[in-house]
Design a binder for this molecule. Structure first.
Ligand SMILES: Cc1cc2nc3c(=O)[nH]c(=O)nc-3n(C[C@H](O)[C@H](O)[C@H](O)COP(=O)(O)OP(=O)(O)OC[C@H]3O[C@@H](n4cnc5c(N)ncnc54)[C@H](O)[C@@H]3O)c2cc1C
Length: 394
């Protein structure tokens, strides 16, 4: 990769922003692309051609682990922990284990509806990092913060998308990796912060209120569903909570249909069984098909240990988890992201253009409102819906 190519990656750029942190001249600048995603540009007059930006770029520099992998279906025995997580709550257990050992933990957290990667080192701060947030997090600046901690002989647990983990791996010099532990999530693509902002703005306009505390993957007894959402809305000093299933949120529905992901996600170089992290965390969709005796109603995680470090950290949770090992082929069978990237919907480019041309509401109405089958499903009593879901899962 030549120096000018880093500035011309366009569709390949994953938006990890490691090149911004890496530049000693501070001449790699974050910019907002026409599609609403973050890209970078180089101020060439100040560039010294040192090559640091392309050394950290995760597009061509991919170091996947080659050792033996093990696959598990697992969830936290503690029901509260399991409910706080998107799938089985394993991230919280791992992060707590690391905090108790004196690590700093880095993961994605909302701050006033904007998603950033941030570093915490206490169990109370960890709460903000829990659960999947279905948009791209801003990682600008985080690489320098992790490097500074590791240089001070501190230890860091980083959790993010595979491309973000790869950027961290590239950014941190090999000699400091012994104090770094990484987890990647099985990711099938990310929408932009900008599309999420448009959605929140639309909710606020319609309700004449302020939206806070948006959360995906809410699990409660009423819905007993893997894709519920909740948020708070404050109107004239009064705050109410809105709950729903994903087809009732246009943004969540569009995400589930892969409609407005970053272009590079449809050409992801990390959608394979070989991984870049110590441990991979995902959902074990379809676990009911296999010989697993645990309760599957509130989320089961798919865990892949990729290194001895990953295996050791997971087995240390032994007392706290329900867990069964399966052949690695079961993971590939039930999770398409472990073999191929997400297919790009034919409407995707038109949707991105229309969002910018005509605004959120008319685009949502045309492309991501609930369809007739979803509306019938939503009209059913919860008990009947849950019964249907159980029958479908066998
Ligand atoms: C955009 C996205 C797409 C996903 N797609 C799939 C999929 O197709 N198949 C599958 O099996 N699993 C997918 N997952 C992973 C899954 O939703 C769970 O995050 C994972 O199983 C961990 O669950 P948990 O209960 O252990 O922990 P959780 O508490 O749910 O995990 C929380 C941690 O996940 C990380 N995280 C959350 N949101 C983001 C984000 N936007 N960017 C980077 N890191 C983030 C953070 O570090 C966070 O602290 C996806 C997650 C995200 C964020």
């Amino acid at each position: 990769m030549r120096i000018d190519e880093i500035a011309n990656l366009q569709d390949l750029c994953t938006g990890c922003m490691a090149c911004v942190d890496s530049c000693p001249e501070k001449c790699v600048i974050p910019i907002l692309g026409k599609d609403g995603f973050r890209y970078t540009k180089i101020e060439s007059s100040r560039c010294t051609n040192c090559g640091k930006c392309y050394a950290v770029c995760p597009i061509d520099n991919i170091k996947k682990h080659e050792g033996q992998q093990r696959l598990y279906a697992s969830y936290a025995k503690c029901n509260d922990v399991r409910k706080r997580g998107s799938s089985g709550g394993i991230f919280e257990l791992l992060a707590t284990q690391f905090i108790n050992r004196g690590f700093y933990v880095c993961g994605a957290a909302f701050e006033e509806n904007k998603l950033f990667h941030r570093i915490v080192n206490s169990n109370s701060e960890l709460r903000a990092l829990l659960k999947s947030k279905y948009l791209q997090s801003n990682t600008s600046g985080i690489y320098d913060e992790i490097l500074a901690l590791l240089k001070e002989e501190e230890s860091v647990f980083f959790c993010g998308t595979p491309c973000q983990v790869s950027a961290v791996n590239n950014y941190i010099p090999e000699k400091l990796h012994h104090n770094l532990f990484t987890a990647d999530i099985i990711c099938h693509g990310v929408p932009s912060q900008e599309t999420f902002d448009m959605y929140i703005e639309s909710l606020e306009k319609k309700s004449k209120g302020k939206v806070t505390d948006f959360s995906f993957r809410v699990k409660d007894n009423k819905y007993e569903h893997a894709h519920g959402f909740t948020y708070k809305i404050t109107q004239n000093g009064k705050t109410t909570t809105v709950n729903g299933l994903y087809p009732q949120s246009t943004f969540y529905n569009g995400f589930k249909k892969y409609l407005f992901f970053r272009q590079s996600c449809y050409d992801c170089r990390y959608s394979s069984l070989s991984r870049v992290s110590d441990i991979t965390l995902g959902d074990f969709w379809g676990i009911e098909k296999y010989d697993f005796t645990g309760n599957t109603d509130t989320g089961v995680s798919m865990i892949i240990t990729n290194t001895p470090k990953g295996e050791q950290a997971f087995s240390a949770l032994n007392e706290q988890v329900m867990c069964k090992e399966f052949p690695i082929s079961y993971g590939v069978e039930s999770n398409h992201c472990l073999t191929k990237c997400t297919d790009k919907p034919t409407d995707r480019d038109e949707i991105i253009d229309k969002l910018h041309r005509d605004g959120y509401d008319s685009t949502a109405l045309k492309y991501f409102s609930s369809d007739i089958t979803q509306r019938i499903y939503l009209l059913m009593p919860t008990s009947f819906r849950n019964l249907l879901r159980r029958i479908r899962r066998g």
